[in-house]
Design a protein around this ligand. Structure first.
Ligand code: FAE
Length: 547
């Protein structure tokens, strides 16, 4: 089976086929839209707190990519689904009339239960950017483990609420190397197209991209990549490009062009709330409890599972502890959430028959960030769209794919900013710590050196060609590399090891993993399309055989 038909040449004659196997936005369009509702319909999943004692046929823990796919496909098959989400519903405007806070003005809505922000880009021109905020169940969790801070979205829609919308289908040979037991032909003919269609993935109008002020930073990124001989590739996004064009024309309230991204996007981004979850809501069979956190899953006496859930308020305090039962439970709490739950449940005797692969194979997708200081005659623009559209592909030669990322500060910074995804061999393990009552992660900060070295294969060369230097003011004082974090946690319950070949957990029938924990630590590109496609593959089999 062949790759999907994308134009073989991108802007400037650069091959995109080399890097991207195809978005499926054309061929796969029938997958969701065929059911009568446009992929970005806005039927909302209404917050419906589950009562204690309830019984549900299928309970889904988490409302990110994996959970949303599971809910939609189960509901379409006639199964009633309840989703449990620890974050907020994000359906109510704040005092400023906006649901989400701006990237440059973080407030109580921005961080998950912190009293001080922990911004990924912590400094600028020598000044620290973090500030005190009221403790609140905000949208972005900066979860600290020894050696690494893992950023995650919190709320109905999971990571789709805070991410850059970059919707990348990996090159097929890279996918095959990452998940060799999965039939790649089937993934690229069926499940990637279905995922891209379901997510509303489209490509930027390239003629507009060439002329609009808000992508000057990306055009500078292209110029520098090409002058150093690196392939520059365009990547699709889930943003509504027509809306962005209207933002640029001043016809609608600005969202991506007002820098809205990591603390939520108030308008043009097609988050899961507008795609999969809207479709799930339209079935009438899916309900959700926001601000509810699953704390335990154990086999129930009469079959099925007992699920313990804490209902919390916006300060994080427990309002009620509930117990419900479910015939089947889907772990979709994200790589960190699912791995922490399963590691603890195995170690504390709630699910002792889980196998020894639980908690293993975790990686950071090789994430490392850096900035470059451009010359004064090479401005990147004070208006920068918060939605990235392109990257530099040096995967084969140097083990790095660098997203040309925005720096949406509202001022001219003369800086180019990049998030690199790198080939890294390092994998950490989650373990239960009875002394602290917490799950630890064995990540070693020194492991990031591999990723830095890979990223340097791109940026050392560009700096030398352009006569430029690295920015040293973005992650601290005289610190070049953002090597303390990841946006892309993957693994912890790896497909075919902790589970069977379709995400069924070994040891228990009726328990499934269906999120980023299935992917063994690296996806070679930004991961949400792969997480979605794998979930589409697995749920199809599960619905056919287990329900
Ligand atoms: P995820 O989306 O994290 O959903 C898990 C959900 O489960 C969350 O809503 C949690 O609040 C919830 N949860 C966790 N524990 C519990 C519990 N015990 N009880 C109830 N609920 C729970 O999982 N990826 C891309 O491909 N392109 C991008 O441009 C991109 N940009 C990013 C930018 C940022 C700032 C961040 C943080 C991430 C970015 N990512 C990007 C990564 C992407 O969002 C991430 O891989 C997916 O969201 C992971 O999907 P999952 O379904 O695994």
């Amino acid at each position: 089976m062949s790759e999907l038909p994308l134009p073989a040449k991108g802007i400037g004659g650069v091959s995109r086929r080399r890097f991207l196997a195809g978005t499926g936005s054309v061929l796969g369009a029938a997958a969701l839209v065929g059911h009568g509702t446009p992929a970005h319909a806005e039927t909302r999943l209404v917050d419906t707190p589950i009562p204690t004692g309830a019984h549900v046929p299928a309970l889904v823990i988490g409302t990110g990519y994996g959970g949303s796919v599971a809910a939609l496909r189960l509901a379409r098959a006639g199964v009633a689904v309840h989703m449990v989400e620890m974050g907020m519903a994000w359906d109510t405007p704040g005092p400023d009339g906006r649901i989400f806070a701006n990237t440059t003005r973080p407030d109580y809505r921005s961080f998950w239960l912190r009293t001080r922000t922990k911004q990924p880009l912590s400094n600028f021109l020598g000044f620290p950017l973090d500030k005190d905020v009221p403790r609140h169940t905000g949208i972005l969790d900066a979860e600290d483990f020894a050696g690494i801070t893992v950023y995650q979205g919190r709320g109905v829609g999971g990571g789709s609420l805070v991410n850059g919308g970059m919707a990348v289908t990996p090159r097929r040979e890279n996918f095959a190397a990452i998940l060799p037991t999965v039939d790649a032909a089937e993934m690229y003919s069926t499940y990637y197209p279905r995922a891209n269609a379901g997510l509303g993935v489209t490509e930027v109008d390239q003629a507009w991209w060439e002329s609009t002020a808000c992508y000057q930073y990306a055009r500078v990124g292209r110029k520098h990549a090409q002058r150093s001989g690196f392939p520059f590739v365009f990547v699709p996004n889930v943003y509504d490009w027509d809306y962005m064009k209207q933002e640029a024309a001043g016809a609608v309230p600005k969202s991506a062009l007002d820098g809205e991204v990591i603390y939520g996007n108030n308008a043009g981004k097609k988050t899961l709330q507008k795609t999969y979850l809207a479709q799930a809501a339209a079935t009438g069979r899916v309900t959700v409890s926001a601000l509810h956190k699953v704390t335990s899953v154990t086999p129930a006496a009469g079959g099925g599972y007992t699920v313990a859930i804490d209902q919390i308020d916006t300060t994080g305090a427990t309002l009620a502890s509930k117990t419900v039962t479910a015939d089947k439970v889907f772990f979709a709490a994200g790589s960190i959430g699912t791995s922490k739950l399963l590691t603890r449940l195995k170690a504390t005797g709630a699910l002792p028959a889980l196998n020894n692969e639980i908690g293993k194979g975790w990686g950071d997708n090789g994430n490392v960030m850096c900035g470059r200081a451009n010359h004064m005659w090479d401005p990147t623009g004070k208006l920068q769209s918060a939605m990235p559209t392109a990257g530099i592909d040096n995967w084969d030669a140097g083990g790095a794919f660098a997203e040309v990322a925005p720096l949406p500060t509202g001022i001219e910074t003369y800086a180019s900013f990049y998030l690199s995804i790198t080939k890294t061999p390092h994998r950490a393990e989650f373990t239960w710590n009875p002394a602290t009552g917490k799950v630890d992660l064995s990540w070693d900060r020194a492991w990031k050196q591999t990723s830095i070295d890979a990223a340097k294969t791109i940026f050392d060369k560009i700096n030398s060609k352009e006569g430029t230097i690295y920015r040293t003011d973005l992650f601290g004082v005289y610190k070049i590399w953002g090597d303390h974090l990841t946006y892309h946690p993957l693994g912890g319950a790896v497909l075919g090891r902790a589970t069977d070949s379709h995400g069924r957990l070994h040891g228990y029938s009726g328990l499934y993993v269906i999120d980023g924990s299935l992917i063994p630590g690296n996806a070679s590109v930004n991961p949400f399309v792969t997480i979605t496609a794998l979930a589409e593959r697995n749920i199809e089999r599960i619905v056919a055989e287990d329900f």
